[in-house]
Write a protein that binds this ligand. Structure first.
Ligand code: HEC
Length: 150
């Protein structure tokens, strides 16, 4: 692993829409689960390798597989993601069952949750980081990922 001072080189593997959304790296082909959103500076200096290209039949949009090499501060890395995940789950449980019963997370798809959460976001007091985290939590526990819900 490349390390320079307090910086570490990482590679982000994922997919992106080939047109217009080049700075948003999604986890999987056709799924709007963002892994990283590169700032303009980073996207200009990062080393991007483009792989396979595929069209998403549902939207007709071309997607491409990418590997992005970039440098980040070592201190921003975490070794254990569990506390972050449980904070997201807790935010969901405490904020999203005050008006109706807790929706079954696996009742909706990863892409479906984007609009669902968007429609509810005015009802809760999430900052943008919490919103992004809760969205990812919902997506990773959605029907696309939950066992027995395919
Ligand atoms: C202030 C009250 C309120 C809060 C808080 C709230 N909701 Fe809702 N929610 C509603 C109402 C009212 C509806 C039904 C009307 C609608 O669909 O717009 C609804 C509908 C939904 C539905 C649609 C159910 C379906 O089967 O179509 C989902 C999913 C949902 N909420 C998720 C959430 C999530 C996730 C949160 C937390 C971020 C949340 N809600 C917080 C009031 C609330």
């Amino acid at each position: 692993m490349d390390v320079k001072g307090d910086m570490i080189k990482i590679e982000i593997d994922g997919w992106r829409k080939a047109k217009g959304f080049g700075r948003v790296i999604q986890e999987e082909f056709g799924q709007n689960i963002s892994t990283a959103i590169l700032t303009r500076e980073v996207s200009q200096s990062a080393d991007v390798t483009v792989g396979e290209k595929k069209e998403d039949e549902l939207t007709g949009l071309p997607w491409e597989e990418v590997a992005v090499d970039l440098w980040m501060k070592q201190e921003s890395m975490v070794t254990d993601f569990t506390p972050i995940w449980s904070a997201a789950g807790e935010a969901y449980v405490t904020n999203c069952s005050t008006c109706h019963t807790q929706p079954d997370v696996a009742h909706f798809s990863a892409n479906g949750w984007v609009g669902m959460l968007d429609g509810m976001i005015a009802f809760v007091n999430f900052d943008t980081d919490t919103e992004a985290l809760v969205l990812k939590y919902l997506q990773k526990h959605s029907s696309d990922y939950a066992e027995g819900h395919h």
